[in-house]
Write a protein that binds this ligand. Structure first.
Ligand SMILES: [Zn+2]
Length: 293
């Protein structure tokens, strides 16, 4: 297995989890991981949970992969999220990792953006501001597009993140607006690919269901940033823009994953970000797939 791509199948569809690189979240640029990931967690419960996960109480840095998804349905070649571009020296590896799988940017005919954060749309455009995937229609939830292009985001974001987030949105949305299609309700985008409303992390955050034959893949994107969020549905992270929506969306996605026995893909979980969810009391537990190499 190439450490930055992982091939698997969903029914007849060929899928690849493709890494765009990793990003280290640590002070002084970010709050410590405990605060960043579990902003509202009560200290004692958090300490207990961290110990269960063999994480130190004074956790100093969180290294997150950025995991995009390629799906070949036979009819369409779809990319879900485009990574972070040059956000950090360790990001922006998507195109070379696709190339290593013999996939050229021009082969992609649809790019689905789960939400408009830098790590998910940073590879939408090239250095000249042109679409990085010239033959693709780009798809985003309409509320997400409106939020980032109408001034709402500027008002909502705090000073610390406003500049970088707005910079990425400006570079990667409006210049390629003619390439974009909007989704405003839960619908089948193309055969076998369903859009699922998953607000909370951002207003128009979108999850996806990929289904072929009797198999399902549920792409949860940033509804869960860390596996602990599956056990503690109420603990949100500093990037969650509508905290009160977060646990509602998480429950909805987990119920769906459990009912469908779906394979789940999480953008920020340890690579390849694939696993299943198991009920554990009132919450759930992440069960990563076993890698045999
Ligand atoms: Zn993210």
């Amino acid at each position: 297995m190439n450490a930055e791509s992982y091939r698997f199948k969903v029914g007849d569809y060929e899928c690849i989890a493709v890494c765009d690189g990793t990003h280290t979240y640590a002070p002084p640029d970010f709050p410590p991981p405990n605060i960043l990931l579990f902003s509202n967690a009560p200290g004692e419960a958090l300490g207990h949970t961290l110990r269960q996960h063999n994480l130190p109480a004074q956790w100093t840095e969180w290294i997150s992969p950025y995991i995009c998804l390629f799906v070949n349905t036979g009819k369409h070649r779809i990319l879900v999220d485009t990574g972070a571009g040059g956000l950090a020296p360790t990001t922006g590896r998507l195109l070379q990792n696709l190339k290593a799988e013999n996939i050229a940017p021009g082969d992609i005919d649809m790019v689905i953006i789960t939400h408009a954060h830098p790590d998910h749309l940073g590879g939408n455009t090239d250095e000249a501001g042109k679409p990085a995937f010239p033959n693709a229609r780009y798809v985003i939830w309409k509320e997400e597009w409106d939020f980032w292009t109408s001034g709402q985001a500027e008002q909502k974001l705090d000073e610390h993140s406003r500049e970088i987030l707005m910079g990425y949105a400006r570079k990667n949305l409006l210049p390629i607006r003619d390439q974009f299609d909007m989704v405003d309700h839960e619908t089948e985008i193309v055969s076998g690919i369903h859009a699922i409303a998953a607000p909370g992390h951002t207003p128009g955050h979108m999850a996806l269901s990929v289904s072929s034959k009797n198999e399902q893949l549920l792409c949860i994107s940033d509804a869960f940033i860390h596996p602990i969020h599956m056990e503690q549905l109420e603990w949100y992270c500093v990037f969650d823009l509508i905290p009160e929506m977060v646990s509602v969306t998480r429950r909805k996605l987990l119920e769906r994953a459990a009912t469908e026995k779906a394979l789940v893909l999480a953008f920020h979980f340890p690579f390849p970000g694939l696993g299943h969810v198991a009920r554990k009391g009132k919450a759930w537990q992440w069960q990563p797939i076993e890698l045999n190499d």
